[in-house]
Design a binder for this molecule. Structure first.
Ligand code: DSN
Length: 422
């Protein structure tokens, strides 16, 4: 039966958008490093009957009756999240990464307190203190940067100097466009030296941590981690806050999420998180996480061979940030539009100290979580990298671009999006 048969009968307008998106995902390649394809099981839970239920509060402490099954499903999600990340406490209710970060700030800070986070143009995230966000009206944000954009090394000496001067209450690690592994011990040492809590936003690499492909910041003493659940972790769109050890901090987190910032949690999303966390506990997920890294390395090798500048000099994780403007004479925006036309979706991105505007920056950001879900291996990824560069080098050559589009479509059809991973 057609998956959308009820919508098809009831609402042709919406039905057509679903069919269109399904075809776009099936025939194109998703290289946006913050996106992925979830299993049908996760989608069933996300579209489930739990959407009918109000469940303000937490398991065993709700404000409404009828919570027998919501309590069970939220407890399953919490226990699985704790096991996956080695946390004593987990809050699975935030609906996305930004609300998880906002809740974390309200839990751990007083208005006016300072956070030391990574500069946006050096790979950080809007919610780590960009002036356009509302949280900067409540908290103060100061920044650290890379020492050298071509190695990706963070300037830890400068970070310590700023920390001593600004006395942050939180030293914040985490990024959305940074491709190297951080020195977690240095973060913790700096935080302890100035009496700050040490927090990481692991949204991008949560699946890599859960799958054991990269280090777990909790092993170095980080106090709290925030995350999304829909990137490398391959779950539904959602947020997550993990507390390593301190019950006092975990209670503050719970209070900040509810009643601090939200009412009824999205219990259908919580159920879908539980399913995704169950998938991430399977041995196959370890292999998936390891393959994401191998595939990124295969793309890195092609970009290096072709002389395209990569920020950080390459990658230790799932993503690559390439300076296409200086290397291939094409802007990030132009590259995004061009590659979309050949069926490769990625995003334009600022590079460190970009001289161009964020709306048409010098870089593109791409990664391997979604194509690895499609079972791409190193040779497939190397070929995609070659096609990307060929398209950018031949942006006016319509015949060449059509041939690339056909090869992309054929590759996508040869490696379809799986329905299940366990
Ligand atoms: N939008 C996410 C990303 O693409 O990295 C971060 O919020």
């Amino acid at each position: 039966m057609n998956e959308y048969s009820f919508i098809e009968r009831q609402d042709k307008d919406v039905y057509e958008t679903l069919v269109g998106e399904e075809q776009r995902e099936r025939e194109g390649l998703e290289l946006i490093p913050s996106e992925n394809y979830v299993s049908k099981a996760v989608r069933e839970a996300q579209g489930s009957i739990f959407t009918n239920k109000y469940s303000e509060g937490y398991p065993g402490k709700r404000y409404y009756g009828g919570q027998e099954f919501t309590d069970k499903v939220e407890t399953i999600a919490i226990e699985r999240a704790k096991q996956l990340f080695g946390a004593k406490f987990a809050n699975v209710q935030p609906p996305a990464g930004a609300p998880a970060n906002i809740a974390m700030y309200f839990a751990l800070l007083e208005p006016g307190d300072t956070v030391l986070g990574m500069d946006l143009s050096h790979g950080g995230h809007l919610t780590h203190g960009h002036p356009v966000t509302a949280i900067t009206k409540v908290f103060r944000f100061v920044r650290y940067k890379m020492k050298n954009a071509d190695t990706g090394e963070i300037d830890y000496d400068e970070m310590l100097r700023v920390a001593k001067e600004e006395k942050p209450k939180i030293v914040l690690a985490g990024y959305s466009a940074y491709s190297r592994e951080l020195d977690y011990k240095k973060f913790v040492d700096i935080g302890r030296e100035v009496g700050a809590l040490v927090v990481m936003d692991i949204a991008h690499i949560a699946g890599l941590i859960a799958g054991g492909a990269v280090k777990n910041p909790f092993d170095y003493g980080f106090d709290v981690m925030t995350s999304t659940t829909h990137k490398t972790l391959r779950g539904p769109r959602g947020g997550l806050i993990l507390t390593r050890e301190s019950e006092e901090l975990a209670k503050k987190v719970d209070k900040a999420v509810f009643p601090g910032l939200q009412g009824g949690p999205l219990m259908h999303a919580v159920a879908a998180k539980a399913v995704a966390f169950g998938e991430a506990q399977q041995p196959a997920f370890k292999a998936y996480a390891a393959q994401i890294l191998k595939n990124a390395k295969a793309m890195e090798a092609v970009f290096a061979r072709e002389g395209v500048r990569m920020l950080g000099g390459g990658t230790d994780n799932h993503l690559i940030l390439a300076d296409v403007f200086s290397s291939l004479s094409i802007s990030g925006k132009e590259a995004e539009i061009l590659l979309d036309r050949v069926g490769i979706t990625l995003n334009k991105n600022v590079i460190a100290d970009d001289t161009r505007s964020p709306f048409d920056p010098s870089g593109i950001r791409f990664g391997t979580p979604a194509i690895t879900t499609r079972k791409f291996v190193e040779t497939d990824c190397a070929r995609i990298a070659e096609l990307m560069i060929e398209a950018m080098r031949n942006k006016e050559d319509q015949a060449k671009l059509s041939a690339i589009r056909e090869e992309v479509r054929a590759t996508a059809l040869r490696l379809p999006i799986p329905d299940a991973f366990v």
